[in-house]
Design a protein around this ligand. Structure first.
Ligand code: DGJ
Length: 742
């Protein structure tokens, strides 16, 4: 039994032996929060967890005879503003008379085995009903006849709860939903550090931490995509929490558009966390009998530090978010022609690259941007989804056939949501591009955005893409999105529905993904948004891997992949070996270090293999063989972060198979230092203490306890004099160790 209800006290206890989440109905009928954290022994009555503050002259209270009961001081589940609470609310509704007061009171509850789908939205799921239980608590605002349902799903394995909210207008009047968060929790204390993954194009998801202080601290996006700048994730960790020990509460929003994740610390030093669609420019008109479903937030509790939280997110997403057949299948090692050719290619050039790549053991050829319309640079043709006859005179089918004859699969790049002002599509349908009437329409990368709030536009793009996937028998689609939305407005929406624009836009994107993944279940989709601009769980529901960043530099990737691993399984991160000098940083790193970084993701190449020397080709061949050995481990293993690139000149991480019989360790040193330590031992994690491991390339065997407590000794570094003896030196060193139990 994952949900226990005390009917008399109206208390709800969700627990799976790992976590407990407890709340109750308060005297005013609203829901009060009691506890969230490590599992507690069930008892019939938890009401003593609710603390009422001593009233102060400045606090207001709904009941004349009970000044101690104020919404300002009680912890709540889904707070409203304006009835004595002065913190930001989880829901806000404008009514026809201009008023904003809502009074949602408890009505009833339902318990469902399993987890219902969220119509039109990506969401976590169960395959068998006994994997989760859902508690739906139903509240009503009787004046407006609005029915609010709060959904809580607790999973039988893992310290995970998901939350979402749903509202029906059962009244006679329209209302306007101005804010509808997925969930909100009031923590009794603010003794936390907030962890976030923030950055920019080409340096996405860097780890940032700050101590909570009184006031609001938040991360958000109002760009029409989850964004390069802030990932829809935040965690609260105790100040003493480390990678392996201490409490962490993680929140990840399953959504790819405008979001807000905020923590409000009040004057009593409590912390209110809420996550949901960003209320800025959001307003949803709810006519009579209409409903609105929020996306969901995934909440993970860890008592085993940040790494414990990450492993729970990874397992949870592998089992309950990624739906594709690729969930349990090895992903092909790919070569992508983008950095090899950019727009400058023709059929011969592509086939030469593919032939060489195939000889190196690479399995999938991805034709990136520039294969369609008249596209020779980024100024034209988005929307004209037919082959560029100048470059591919015999058509795409011919290219696909030739590539398959080389023993490789064929994949193609699309940017479905975009339109170039210089395109046939724009000539025919200038009104399909998003713009605000009588306002200048801004460009981004010379392109405009299609109005995906409109069904007919989504259907048009669907037909075009489906036809190409079919005729070329595609194995893979890279779905790119290279600019954010500006001058947001839809000609198809009425004036009082323009606040629905961003959400309707992303629903259009999800619909297209849904149709294509349903019709082509075996095609591997990789999402991309100018690199990692939409790297979120909403996308992973449809596309099991994402292009992590446009930055392919091995050193920069250490930070990007390390940060990303906080939440997302490493098998979700597209990571490729590219040419040097690197195209984003001009840095030169060895082929070895580039692969050693890229192994920890879905592996591929982003270079011209014809430009490699014979010696380099042999190295690549060997790397490809290596990855084929590693990839099921990369897909399923437990990931451990060992040394952080945000604190050190060295980075290290490892992945251990669930049965602990195999592991892969990556170690990287960015800058060489003179006269380094003689011996460097890397302390491993997650191994079986008593198991004896062989390490490829090293003599002897090693017990797990030795490797974890004495450490793995790294190779000898050049120290200024030991030239013939040292095995490594210079900047950007790295080593990968493959361990197998003997
Ligand atoms: C941005 C992507 O991240 C790149 O990998 C490449 O596909 C370009 N767009 C193509 O325009």
């Amino acid at each position: 039994m994952l949900v226990r209800v005390n009917e008399e006290n109206k208390q709800f206890h969700l627990t799976n032996g790992k976590i407990s989440y407890i709340f109750h109905v308060m005297k005013n009928g609203h829901l009060g929060h009691l506890y969230y954290g490590k599992a507690l022994t069930h008892r019939e009555d938890f009401s003593r967890f609710q603390s009422y503050n001593i009233p102060t002259p400045s606090s207001c209270h709904p009941y004349e005879d009970d000044p101690a009961f104020s919404l300002e001081t009680v912890r709540q589940e889904f707070p409203v503003y304006g009835q004595t609470d002065f913190r930001e609310p989880a829901i806000s509704i404008r009514q026809l008379d201009g008023s904003h007061i809502s009074h949602f009171q408890y009505k009833t509850y339902r318990i469902l085995e399993g987890k219902p789908v969220l119509e039109g939205l990506p969401a976590t799921f169960v395959e068998k009903k006994d994997e989760a239980t859902t508690l739906q608590v139903i509240l009503e605002d009787t004046k407006q006849k609005l029915i609010l349902t709060l959904n809580y799903t607790i999973f039988s394995s893992g310290p995970v709860i998901t939350r979402s909210s749903h509202i029906i207008n059962a009244g006679e009047e329209s209302v306007y939903l101005e804010r509808m968060m997925a969930g909100s929790i009031d923590f009794a204390s603010c003794e936390f550090e907030m962890v976030q993954l923030s950055g920019a194009w080409s340096r996405e998801r860097h780890l940032k931490e700050r101590r909570l202080v009184m006031g609001i601290q938040s991360i958000s996006s109002i760009r029409g995509a989850s964004s390069h700048q802030h990932n829809p994730f935040l965690a609260l960790k105790r100040p003493t929490t480390s990678e392996e020990s201490g409490e962490v509460y993680g929140f990840n929003f399953v959504y790819s558009s405008n979001f807000l994740a905020q923590v409000e610390v009040d004057h009593y030093e409590t912390a209110r966390v809420m996550v949901g669609i960003h209320p800025f420019r959001f307003e949803w008109k709810l006519d009579t009998h209409q409903s609105f479903q929020s996306p969901e937030v995934v909440m993970v509790y860890s008592e085993n530090g940040l790494n414990g939280m990450s492993q729970s997110f990874h397992d949870f997403y592998r089992n309950h978010l990624i739906r594709s057949v690729w969930k349990t299948k090895d992903r092909p090692i790919l070569i992508n022609n983008w950095e090899a050719t950019y727009f400058d290619f023709n059929e011969d050039k592509l086939l030469e690259i593919a032939k060489e790549a195939s000889q190196l053991g690479i399995e999938l050829f991805v034709l990136d941007d520039g294969w369609f319309g008249k596209r020779d640079d980024d100024t034209t043709s988005l929307g004209d989804w037919w082959e560029n006859n100048e470059k591919l005179p015999y058509g795409l089918e011919h290219v696909a056939k030739k590539i398959r004859e080389n023993g490789m699969e064929f994949g193609l790049w699309f940017e479905p949501e975009m339109i170039s002002p210089k395109s046939e599509l724009f000539l025919e349908h200038p009104d399909w591009a998003i713009e605000t009437p009588n306002r200048h329409a801004s460009l981004g990368r010379n392109q405009r955005v299609l109005d995906f709030t409109r069904g007919e536009i989504v259907t048009y793009i669907y037909k075009k893409m489906a036809a190409i996937i079919k005729k070329t028998n595609l194995s893979y689609v890279k779905w790119d999105m290279n600019r954010y939305v500006t001058e947001a407005y839809s000609a198809a929406l009425s004036a009082d529905q323009q606040g629905e624009f961003f959400h309707r836009y992303i629903l259009g994107v999800y619909k297209l993904y849904q149709q294509l993944t349903e019709e082509f279940p075996n095609v591997l989709f990789e999402s991309c948004a100018g690199g990692g601009g939409r790297f979120d769980p909403g996308m992973f529901y449809y596309a099991p891997q994402a292009w992590t960043s446009d930055n392919t530099d091995a050193v920069e990737r250490l930070k990007i992949q390390y940060g990303t691993s906080l939440v997302y399984p490493i098998y979700s991160m597209g990571s490729h070996v590219s040419a040097v000098p690197n195209h984003q940083t001009l840095r030169v790193t060895s082929l070895k270090t580039r692969a050693n970084t890229a192994y920890f993701g879905t592996f591929g190449y982003e270079l011209n293999p014809l430009e490699l020397s014979d010696e380099e080709k042999q190295v690549v061949k060997h790397q490809v063989e290596n990855y084929k050995q590693y990839r099921s481990l990369i897909r399923e293993g437990d990931f451990y972060r060992l040394l952080s690139p945000f604190d050190n000149n060295e980075t290290a991480w490892m992945i251990v198979s669930k049965d602990k019989r195999e592991a892969l360790v990556g170690w990287y040193k960015v800058l060489a230092a003179p006269n380094p330590r003689k011996q460097t031992n890397l302390l491993l994690k997650g191994l079986n203490e008593k198991a004896d491991y062989a390490i490829e390339g090293k003599e002897g065997t090693y017990f797990g306890d030795e490797l974890m407590f004495q450490g793995l000794s790294l190779s000898t570094e050049f120290n200024g004099v030991n030239k013939g003896v040292s095995e490594r030196g210079g900047d950007y060193q790295s080593d990968v160790f493959h361990l197998k139990q003997v």
